[in-house]
Design a protein around this ligand. Structure first.
Ligand SMILES: Nc1ncnc2c1ncn2[C@@H]1O[C@H](COP(=O)(O)OP(=O)(O)OP(=O)(O)O)[C@@H](O)[C@H]1O
Ligand SMILES: [Mg+2]
Length: 584
């Protein structure tokens, strides 16, 4: 691609524009191959060692974009606009990037023909407006209570995978979104997706309530009916000396705030000197007293299930065993928050704050073994919405990728809940828009006409890519589709699974969420116009330079190059995968 960032001021604008065009085209080509249900996947690697290490395998545009890193400002702009769309809508990212690249490519071609970029931009804006009205016209209103339609939307947004049966997963997705749909906008992060590798297991299921990937400590009860749940954000450990080397210094007054979690290097680097034998007894006595003081509010609160974010000392287990309390330690904070919402408990930061009112409820808390991994399930919670999707598969890298694919399908269904309209998928909507745009272009007696036509061509790249990705001939498919639409068949499109052009994609259940497609179009046009308008390149004083100019940095000898190296290393730091579990 671009070999180096060109020095500012020395490069003519044409070269910068040329570079932008090449980057946009490269992005478009890159994402073209992941479009559609049987598209190929991308593998991202990072240079952790000399050997390249596989990091991620996915065909979800949003998931890939979040991991991509390029040292080029144009690539950054494209990545960010894709991520912005992903954050807002959660699906349609690949479509948007393909379109954006095609619009830029064609925009520059028009400029080479002598049409000013502002005219192209104006033409694109006119085309967008027209295309949106066409989309609205051909979209169909749906009833969000009609599960079958929602399942079709989910199935269309899902990729074909060895890990699930699309029909089954589509049902799970719809069920999950229905539960969280009363709060608008719907935040799909409310549905926990737990992806866990392990053997050759293939199991995807919807779990009622909340699930946490922790085990019950030792031989404490593993099933509790009528649970009263305490959520603790403090360690149940003996107090430690205030200064422990090798730890991150914490500002708090109380050493108990610290847990033995994480780096405990140096934790044993302290000692006591006893001057009389009696002192040992007194010391242990006092130590026990203080520990009991810490445990007392927990034991007296009436809780029979305790989830602690931090560590729990062995000694405490005895007390819990006596009371028959189920205890999990090192529960992630995000899980505590989910439990807070589901059970109605309050996360407590200090032992003395724990009272009966702060406890949450669950009909049953039970530890279950799912294909060799222990999970604790909180079922029949007062907040019925809580649910999780559990995906089991072989490899971590692959799992991480497919979690993104499930998320985009969750998002597609969520968008239909918010705006209950769907569009014919499989390229039908794009072909119809292109057809009507060409007609519209002829009614515009100015140079914008060319831009509107270019817009129509760019739209047709989507069905072409869908056809190519499922092994059909792109041009034959395009001509067949054009002919079908010209004869008034609005729903003619591609059925990727059957590898053929079908007269009615809606009948085959290929339905896209209206909002997803509309937003992809809007973002693509905005991005393309932004790109076409970039005239030349200037380099602003970067944060790195500012940091290097700082007196302290100068004293420490941290030069600009040094800081850049540090930052790059940080950006490329490999992601941590904890015990083979990935959580979103
Ligand atoms: N069975 C099918 N036959 C034909 N086309 C399909 C089928 N299922 C989905 N499609 C089409 O695939 C496109 C969506 O593909 P995909 O989900 O890969 O891309 P995206 O939504 O743009 O990006 P991403 O999901 O990566 O954010 C839509 O245009 C949809 O109509
Ligand atoms: Mg999608």
């Amino acid at each position: 691609m671009i070999e180096e960032v060109l020095p500012p001021g020395e490069v003519p604008p044409e070269e910068i524009q040329h570079a932008n065009r090449i980057v946009c085209e490269a992005f478009s080509d890159m994402f073209r191959s992941i479009l559609g249900p049987i598209a190929s996947k991308k593998m991202l690697t990072s240079e952790m060692t000399k050997e390249e290490v596989v990091e991620l395998v996915s065909s979800s545009g949003y998931t890939l974009l979040k991991e991509l890193r390029y040292d080029h400002p144009t690539a950054d702009i494209l990545t960010e606009s894709g991520i912005a769309l992903g954050d807002a809508v959660g699906d349609g990212v690949a479509t948007m990037l393909v379109l954006l690249g095609e619009l830029v490519r064609r925009g520059f071609e028009l400029r080479d023909m002598g049409i000013h970029q502002n005219t192209v931009a104006h033409g694109y804006e006119m085309a967008l407006e027209h295309a949106r009205s066409v989309l609205k016209e051909i979209s169909v209103g749906v009833n969000v209570k009609d599960d079958e339609t929602l399942r079709k939307v989910a199935r269309t947004a899902l990729k074909k995978s060895d890990y699930w049966d699309e029909n089954e997963l589509a049902g799970i997705i719809v069920e999950a979104i229905k539960r969280i749909s009363d709060k608008k906008p719907i935040d799909v992060d409310d549905v926990l997706i737990e992806a866990k590798s392990g053997g050759a297991v293939k199991e995807t299921k919807l779990v009622d309530g909340v699930l946490i990937d922790r085990e019950v400590l030792d031989d404490l009860p593993t099933s509790v009916e009528d649970a009263k749940v305490a959520l603790l954000d403090f360690p149940i450990e003996h107090w430690e000396p205030a200064r422990i080397t090798g730890r991150k210094a914490l500002k708090e007054e109380f050493p108990r705030k610290r847990s033995k979690a994480g780096e405990t290097e140096g934790a044993t680097g302290f000692f006591f000197k006893m001057t009389s034998p009696n002192a040992i007894k007194a010391f242990y006595e006092k130590r026990r007293e203080m520990f009991e003081e810490l445990l007392k509010p927990i034991l007296e609160s009436g809780a029979n299930v305790v989830c602690c974010r931090w560590g729990i000392d062995e000694e405490a287990i005895d007390y819990f065993r006596k009371e028959g309390i189920m205890v999990m330690k090192r529960v992630k904070f995000t899980d505590l928050q989910r439990l807070e919402r589901a059970t109605g408990a309050k996360i407590v930061k200090e032992p003395e704050e724990l009272t009966a009112e702060k406890l949450g409820k669950a009909g049953r808390v039970v530890q279950r073994d799912l294909a060799g991994v222990k999970y604790v399930f909180f079922e029949d919670c007062p907040q019925k919405k809580a649910c999780a999707i559990l995906i089991r598969g072989v490899s971590n890298r692959v799992l991480e990728g497919i979690v993104g694919e499930v998320k985009s399908a969750l998002n597609a269904v969520a968008r239909v809940f918010e705006e209950p309209r769907v569009l014919p998928g499989g390229g039908a909507a794009e072909i119809e828009c292109a057809l009507r745009l060409r007609k519209f272009a002829r009614s515009v007696p100015r140079k914008e006409q060319f831009a509107i036509e270019a817009f129509a061509d760019a739209l047709e790249e989507i069905p072409k890519a869908l056809a190519r990705n499922c092994g059909m001939d792109a041009l034959d498919t395009l001509t067949a589709l054009r002919a079908a639409h010209a004869s008034g068949n609005v729903n003619a499109g591609i059925s990727a699974l059957e590898k053929e052009v079908v007269a009615d994609v809606v009948e085959r259940g290929i339905l896209d969420a209206f909002v997803v497609k509309e937003q992809a179009l809007i973002s693509a046009v905005e991005g393309a116009i932004g790109m076409l308008r970039i005239h030349d390149l200037h380099i602003a004083k970067s944060e790195v330079e500012k940091e290097a100019e700082d007196v302290e940095a100068q004293i420490a000898g941290r030069t600009k190059e040094w800081i850049m190296k540090e930052r790059r290393a940080k950006m490329r730091a490999p992601k941590k995968i904890v015990r083979g579990r990935l959580k979103y």
